[in-house]
Design a protein around this ligand. Structure first.
Ligand SMILES: Cc1cc2nc3c(=O)[nH]c(=O)nc-3n(C[C@H](O)[C@H](O)[C@H](O)COP(=O)(O)OP(=O)(O)OC[C@H]3O[C@@H](n4cnc5c(N)ncnc54)[C@H](O)[C@@H]3O)c2cc1C
Length: 476
């Protein structure tokens, strides 16, 4: 690889140079854990903000504005003098020459590298679907999805053809994981609680919200009992939940679905193997995840293994095989949790795991700098939560006395408190608390701003890893 210029972010010093790629949950935690270390850290991210992804669906559904769930990276490191923050996209990693290459052509030399670039959407080889069924991974994605949802209602008010109006008022979410469940539940609430009374030519509460899941149940990471309760709560909100529903085609008009055989999933509409079409102008993708392309780049340069999702298989201590100076963490790592004599278990792609890996990689990095042996990673699993809508959620907690499972209003309250607690920054917590409290009493979603009212039909095609055009300045 060719490297044109070398970036020297801090004055030349003899201190070890640490480069951290990505300031999401893993990267931020790694940098913070090195706050008192005698090192020079450069944190490079392609956005200028740290993002709390678990609440992205709230931005996509107009419940929160973008600044409520994000924080400027530069601000986060204001007091941490050993960190230089750089805005830039890493496009290559020279593991032999120990430098990362930015899109601008600059290179950042390192003594130790932490790669925490996260994941993106996977359309299972059907990248052309991305233009018709955007996913939510970034703030730009979420504001685009919000635009499409709000524009569908606006167009339905103007269009009098019943077939076209029905397609505009049909909202389809693909994927019954936590994000899909949250999106579908909130879309149903928007149509039934937020919008009634605001349109003159149709009844918003008649909008059809579908949640399609290819497997036999929603929330497959949770016990079947909680999946069943989540499905009941979704149905009570008015969501048409279809399990065993495999999407075979998506275009501008809608999508084609094939019903799975009973062995693969529960019966959906019609016979197993039957195909049917859903006409919809708003399809949201919450189905597949692929690791950042930097995983494949590391594979190309070092011959390391990657799994089907492109995640890098790391050593027990989270380092890259054959490269003790490189650490791969978070959603980009196919890591295993090591505990005593138990068989190592795969670590899930969730934020607590990314944070724990960030802290662990930082601790091992220090040990390596001090010439000590590194330690294997152990993931502490505290459980899973998912919200479905106002007053409804499911919680599955891990405790020393066994699992603690509950659903409904208490689960929703627990979910709410946990998310406010884990949000970054006092101001963000206050903003979210205030917005949620006012939404609770009024059923209003105050971030219903359409900054770019381009109609549905002129969607620009884009590849899944390419963010849509950034919203205009001041967009929230
Ligand atoms: C919609 C959604 C909802 C979720 N809900 C939950 C939930 O409820 N609970 C939960 O535990 N987990 C949830 N997750 C998963 C959780 O957010 C991830 O597991 C976690 O963010 C992983 O942390 P990470 O540090 O590996 O990556 P990320 O947090 O994704 O951070 C990666 C960072 O790297 C930057 N980056 C990427 N590529 C480059 C590059 N080439 N150059 C420079 N910078 C780059 C990105 O801009 C980003 O800042 C959700 C994820 C999504 C998308």
């Amino acid at each position: 690889m060719s490297m044109s210029t070398t970036h020297a972010p801090s004055p030349v010093s003899a201190r070890p140079r640490i480069v951290i790629v990505g300031c999401g949950f893993g990267g931020l935690e790694a940098a913070r854990a090195l706050a008192d270390a005698d090192v020079d850290i450069t944190v490079v991210d392609r956005t200028n903000h740290h993002l709390f992804q678990p609440l992205l669906y709230q931005v996509a559904t107009a419940g929160l504005a973008s600044p409520a769930i994000s924080a400027p990276i530069r601000r986060l490191f204001r007091e941490q003098r050993n960190v230089t923050s750089l805005l830039g996209e890493v496009v290559d990693i020279d593991t032999q020459g120990q430098a990362v290459l930015l899109q601008t052509g600059e290179s950042l030399p390192y003594d130790h590298l932490v790669v925490a670039a996260g994941a993106t959407h996977s359309y299972f080889g059907r990248d052309e679907w991305a233009a018709h069924a955007p996913g939510i991974k970034t703030l730009a994605d979420a504001t685009e999805v919000r635009r499409r949802i709000l524009m569908a209602y606006e167009e339905a008010e103007r269009i009098h053809d019943p077939v076209q109006r029905e397609a505009l008022l049909t909202f389809v979410v693909i994927g019954g994981g936590p994000t899909g469940v949250e999106m579908a539940g909130t879309l149903a609430e928007i149509s039934r609680r937020t919008l009634p009374g605001e349109f003159r030519h149709f009844e918003p509460s008649h909008a059809h919200v579908l949640l399609l899941e290819g497997g036999s149940r929603v929330l497959q990471a949770m016990p079947p009992e909680l999946s069943r309760r989540a499905e009941e709560q979704l149905k009570a909100l008015g969501v048409d939940v279809r399990t065993g529903a495999k999407v075979t085609h998506i275009d501008e008009q809608g999508l084609e679905v094939e019903t799975a055989s009973p062995a693969e999933g529960a019966a959906a509409a019609g016979e197993a193997g039957a195909r049917y079409t859903i006409r919809s102008k708003t399809v949201i993708w919450a189905a597949g995840v692929a690791a950042s392309p930097l995983g494949r780049i590391l594979q190309r340069h070092t011959g390391c293994e990657t799994d089907r999702a492109g995640r890098v298989t790391v050593e027990a201590d989270l380092s890259l095989p054959g490269h003790p100076e490189v650490w791969v963490i978070g959603d980009l790592a196919a890591a295993r949790s090591h505990h005593g004599n138990e068989l190592p278990k795969p670590v899930p792609g969730v934020s607590p795991a990314a944070k724990q890996m960030g802290r662990h990689a930082a601790a091992n990095l220090r040990r390596r700098l001090q010439g000590q042996a590194t330690l294997p990673f152990h993931y502490r699993d505290y459980g899973n939560l998912a919200t479905i809508g106002r007053n409804s959620a499911v919680v599955d907690l891990t405790s020393p006395v066994g699992p603690i499972r509950f659903s409904g209003w208490t689960a929703w309250l627990f979910w709410l408190v946990a998310h406010i607690y884990f949000l970054i920054g006092f101001r963000n917590r206050l903003m979210v608390l205030f917005d949620w409290a006012s939404a609770y009493w009024s059923s209003q979603r105050y971030a219903r701003i359409i900054a770019n009212n381009e109609p549905h039909r002129s969607r620009a095609a884009r590849a899944p890893d390419q963010p849509p055009a950034a919203p205009p300045p001041g967009e929230a």
